[in-house]
Design a protein around this ligand. Structure first.
Ligand SMILES: [Zn+2]
Length: 227
C-alpha cells in the first residue's frame, strides 16, 4: 500500500503496544482492541476481530479509511467489531491518533459494579482528571459510538470506562493511549485497596485529605505569598 508510507512503522508500533497490554495482563484472550491513525490522517490501522492482542501481525491487522471503507488485507479477517466507535472518535477529535480499549479486570470490576473509578492519586488528577463511566446502550447491549462519542466530544476527556465492558484510553500516540490504559487499571486496583482498608478501619471520606494538581498548589502558594 504505497499510498501509506508509514504503514509498516505504525503496524509495528501497534503490535508492540498490543504485546505490552498482553504482558501487563490488561488484555488476554481475543477481546479488546486497539488502533492507530496513519500519517495521511484519513485512515487507521486496527486489530482484527477474533485475534488476540498477542497474535497481532502485519498480515492480520486491518487498514480502514475514516469513511468506513475496509481495504483488502493478506489475512481474511474482519476489523474489530468496535470499528465504528474507533472511526467516530478519530472523526470528532483531531488530537486523537491512537485508541487502546481493554477489558482489564480491576477497572472492569468497577465498571460492572456501576462505580466510576475515582482519580484518587496525584498522578491521576494530573494526567486524567476524570474517567467517566459510560452506561450500556439503551437496548442493554454493549456501548457503541452512540454512547461513547458524546463523552469524548469534551476535549479534556482522555480516558473512560464502559459499564460491564472495559476501558478506553485515547492519545496523541499509541504510547500515550497505552499509558492511559495502564493508569486506569492501576487506579482501579489502588481504589479497591483504599476502599477495602478504609472499610476495615472504619474510615470515611471525611478522613481523606483534599488536594488538587501541582499547578493549583503552586497558584495557591503564590497567591498566599502575594496576600
Ligand atoms: Zn470490548
Amino acid at each position: 500500500m504505497s499510498e501509506f508510507p508509514d504503514l509498516s512503522e505504525v503496524m509495528d508500533a501497534l503490535i508492540a503496544t498490543a504485546k505490552r497490554c498482553f504482558v501487563a495482563d490488561l488484555q488476554t484472550n481475543a477481546g479488546g482492541n486497539l488502533s492507530a491513525r496513519l500519517a495521511r490522517r484519513d485512515a487507521i490501522v486496527i486489530k482484527p476481530s477474533g485475534a488476540g492482542f498477542n497474535e497481532c501481525t502485519q498480515e492480520n491487522l486491518q487498514v480502514v479509511m475514516l469513511d468506513g471503507t475496509i481495504l483488502p488485507s493478506e489475512v481474511a479477517l474482519k476489523p474489530s467489531k468496535d470499528l465504528d466507535f474507533h472511526l467516530d472518535l478519530y472523526r470528532i477529535r483531531d488530537d486523537i491518533n491512537a485508541i487502546v480499549h481493554c477489558h482489564s479486570p480491576w477497572a472492569t470490576g468497577y465498571a460492572s459494579a456501576g462505580i466510576e473509578i475515582p482519580c484518587l492519586t496525584v498522578q491521576t488528577i494530573e494526567k486524567i482528571g476524570r474517567m467517566p463511566l459510560i452506561p450500556l446502550s439503551a437496548n442493554g447491549g454493549p456501548q457503541t459510538e452512540v454512547e461513547i462519542s458524546p463523552v469524548f466530544r469534551d476535549p479534556s476527556i482522555r480516558a473512560a470506562v464502559l459499564a460491564n465492558h472495559g476501558t478506553i484510553g485515547v492519545g496523541s500516540s499509541l504510547m500515550a493511549a497505552q499509558y492511559l490504559a495502564e493508569i486506569i487499571e492501576e487506579t482501579a486496583h489502588i481504589a479497591y485497596v483504599r476502599d477495602t482498608l478504609m472499610a476495615a478501619h472504619g474510615k470515611t471520606s471525611a478522613d481523606l485529605p483534599q488536594y488538587g494538581t501541582a499547578a493549583e498548589a503552586r497558584a495557591s502558594v503564590s497567591s498566599t505569598a502575594k496576600a
